[in-house]
Design a protein around this ligand. Structure first.
Ligand SMILES: Nc1ncnc2c1ncn2[C@@H]1O[C@H](COP(=O)(O)OP(=O)(O)OP(=O)(O)O)[C@@H](O)[C@H]1O
Ligand SMILES: [Mg+2]
Length: 265
């Protein structure tokens, strides 16, 4: 459903700061794939997500989504069908607006644009039901400003906002990395549940190697702007963290070097 062909992106070309962050990257993602991505700092993982989301245009290559060429589609249009979460729970929500207002914004933005569309009583009930599923008591705090929520609560809300209208593609960039272990576990459980319920196709960057091999159906390893290893279904079965580290070393010619790396959960 997503096809990346020969993607290239060089930052600051022709200067001393020149950096090729995507180096002819190719990837075919199948409908319903849940792919985890690991790699060293600066490997190009976030840049890959930025390219797919349309934060910038790639220098060369092609991005196809559901057989449509979206290489030159602007970011705001892609955001209708591509949902995104970041490491920082502060990104993606408006702190001075209430939980309900944030959900309403996300709901209206991702839905069919009709002029003068507004939130109905039925929509509000849907928000309440969805908040209830988070099991954080947020359904009783719909008029609370989002800025007063904890990091975990806020990330749960961001996850809900990104999926309240199920996106075709969900991009998670270390979305549990800034949370304490308990909150991270909770957000990961919610993520799995939502993805399973909606059969969402998802790419997730993680530095938690246990999570990388135990979540989803496929694991990619990135190094120097390219995918050096693509492990699917059977190839991941029985794989240990040590195997993963060794495979990375063999593929990249150097050890996996991530300052946030977690070798266990
Ligand atoms: N907007 C930008 N301007 C200039 N250089 C950039 C920009 N974005 C990324 N880079 C560079 O591109 C390379 C890849 O960065 P990227 O953020 O994609 O790495 P990453 O794999 O996400 O790393 P990390 O695990 O640390 O998050 C890095 O060398 C980075 O400094
Ligand atoms: Mg990154």
């Amino acid at each position: 459903m997503l096809e990346l062909q020969n993607l290239t992106k060089t930052f600051n070309p022709g200067t001393v700061n020149e950096k090729t962050a995507l180096d002819g990257l190719n990837l075919t993602v199948n409908d319903g794939d849940f792919i985890t991505i690991v790699g060293s700092n600066g490997a190009g993982k976030s840049t890959l997500f930025n390219a797919v989301a349309g934060v910038f245009l790639v220098d060369s290559g092609r991005i196809m989504l559901d057989d449509q060429n979206i290489t030159f589609t602007p970011e705001y249009k892609r955001s209708k069908y591509i949902g995104r979460l970041f490491q920082d729970p502060l990104k993606g929500t408006a702190p001075h607006m209430t939980i309900e207002e944030n959900l309403a914004l996300a709901f209206l933005r991702a839905g069919e644009t009709k002029p003068f569309s507004r939130i109905t009583r039925k929509d509000r009930e849907k928000f309440r039901d969805e908040l209830k599923r988070l099991d954080m008591g947020l359904e009783d705090r719909m008029n609370t400003a989002v800025g007063t929520l904890s990091g975990g609560q806020r990330q749960a809300l961001t996850l809900l906002m990104a999926t309240i209208v199920p996106p075709r593609l969900l991009l998670l960039d270390e979305h549990t990395a800034a949370l304490d272990p308990k909150a991270a576990e909770k957000i990961m459980a919610l993520t799995n549940e939502i993805i399973e319920r909606n059969h969402t196709t998802c790419l997730m960057v993680t530095h938690n190697l246990h999570q990388a091999i135990s979540t989803g159906n496929r694991t990619l390893m990135m190094s120097d702007g390219d995918i050096i290893l693509d492990l699917k279904d059977d190839q991941r079965k029985g794989l240990t963290i040590e195997d993963l580290m060794r495979k990375f070393r063999e593929g990249a010619g150097e050890a996996l070097d991530d300052d946030r790396i977690l070798l266990s959960d």
